[in-house]
Design a protein around this ligand. Structure first.
Ligand SMILES: [Zn+2]
Ligand SMILES: [Zn+2]
Length: 313
């Protein structure tokens, strides 16, 4: 699992930061999932090594333009490229109407299936590999944060050990792999757990934007390997954060710390902290690190590998 930030600015783009979008690359599936799709996201994709044709799911947190205005343009381009498979879109109530209205007035027709799913609390998407769940955040409009949880997998099966013990290959191996007990025709008994490596704990990523400090963010970030949290404001501007229902970098760090997350990446930074101004992004970073040391500042095209934990726990 690999995360690439395609936009890290709040509200409006700047010369160095586009508006919100995070790409999650799943190499084992050859898929890319997007989280938010601010205006210009398709241009950012062209500047990255991600491919439009790999996008299969797009999760939208809320209907503010800096998270949404790139969606229909991207969908239209994916159709023209001719190699889009199917794209599922997830977001709050009203997203389906938004997509329908724009495609109707602009006479845009997708040459591939596009389906918009309305998100509520709980599982938003799941298959045998992943569960993506949504949790309401606290912002000026209905907003959902997302948690991407990879399912735990059984550890590697030690074929050599089984062979050395003279256990015949075939269905018995399958049962041992699942951790079952088996009895051989000669009476010997084996426990599958003795043939499997430690369980591979699934990775968990939480995406929380836009929001002020809230319970929903804590839920999503619980024991997460990576928390991506908005930090629109520095703590000196906390009053602005409270009024606009955004977070300070200190609030983001509190969520990471209280939820037991492993790493925090700050995004959705207000353009007011541009280089050359009194406060700069590094100041937001320092404030957050004072509370949660494993914090980094996201920037456009930052790519982060989310490593798998070696052992269960
Ligand atoms: Zn925003
Ligand atoms: Zn917003």
């Amino acid at each position: 699992m690999q995360i690439t930030f395609l936009g890290t600015s709040a509200g409006v783009p700047t010369r160095s930061r586009n508006v919100s979008c995070v790409a999650l690359r799943l190499p084992q599936r050859g898929e890319v999932w997007l989280f938010d799709c601010g205006e210009g996201t398709q241009h950012q994709l062209l500047r990255s090594d991600l491919k439009l044709s790999q996008i299969t799911r797009i999760f939208i947190t809320h209907l503010h333009g800096d998270h949404l205005f790139g969606l229909v343009g991207l969908l239209a381009s994916a159709g023209m490229a001719g190699d889009a498979r199917r794209i599922d879109i997830y977001g709050p109530a009203g997203l389906d109407q938004y997509v329908e209205d724009i495609t109707r007035t602009s006479e845009t027709h997708f040459s591939y299936p596009v389906e918009v799913h309305t998100v509520t609390t709980g599982a938003v998407f799941e298959d045998d590999e992943f569960v993506v769940s949504g949790e309401p955040l606290v912002h000026r409009v209905e907003t959902y944060g997302y948690r991407i949880a990879e399912r735990d997998r059984a550890g590697a099966f030690d074929v050599e050990k089984a062979e050395a013990l003279g256990i015949p290959s075939g269905p018995l191996y399958g049962r041992l792999k699942r951790g079952e007990r088996v009895t051989l025709p000669d009476g010997r008994e084996f426990d599958g757990r003795d043939f499997c490596g430690p369980t591979l704990t699934g990775r968990r990523i939480a995406y929380c934007t836009d929001t002020t400090y809230c319970r929903g963010a804590l839920e999503l970030a619980r024991e997460a390997d990576l928390l991506i949290h908005e930090a629109t404001f520095a703590s000196v501007d906390e009053e602005l954060a409270r009024r606009s229902l955004h977070s300070t970098s200190v609030m983001a760090a509190r969520v990471a710390s209280e939820a037991g997350a492993r790493q925090l990446l700050l995004t959705h930074l207000s353009p007011r902290y541009a280089f050359g101004n009194r406060l700069q992004p590094d100041d937001l970073l320092a404030e957050a690190r004072a509370i949660f040391p494993d914090t980094e500042l996201a920037h456009d095209f930052l790519t982060v590998e989310v490593p798998r934990r070696a052992h269960g726990g």
